[in-house]
Design a binder for this molecule. Structure first.
Ligand code: FES
Length: 104
């Protein structure tokens, strides 16, 4: 199991959960009851799964596709670590990942 920490948008709350490799951050959040919206269900059509990865983790995940970048451009308050949670697939290399939920 890999440990992933979700952080509330204001940084006040942290929740670390076990994640099976292969699951997306969006599906993990929904499974664990973390408040990540994900309106389109992972079809890259909403950006409501916006997460901001901790600085140390930005280069640990594969770079975003052009389609992901296009959708992120519609998200509010995008930061260098911004990604779509539905596009981040958990791997063993992401053990300890911290992902702050983006503002909706
Ligand atoms: S869930 Fe809609 S873009 Fe990720």
């Amino acid at each position: 199991m890999v440990q992933i920490t979700f952080i509330s948008p204001d940084g006040a709350e942290r929740r670390t959960v076990d994640a099976p490799p292969g699951i997306t951050l969006l599906k993990l959040a929904h499974f664990e009851g973390v408040d990540m919206e994900g309106t389109c269900g992972g079809q890259m059509a909403c950006a409501t799964c916006h997460v901001i990865l901790g600085d140390a983790w930005i280069d640990a995940v594969p770079p975003p596709s052009d389609e992901e970048l296009d959708m992120l451009a519609l998200a509010p308050d995008v930061e260098p670590g911004s990604r779509l949670g539905c596009q981040i697939v958990v791997t063993e290399a992401l053990d300890g990942l911290e992902a702050r939920l983006g503002p909706c």
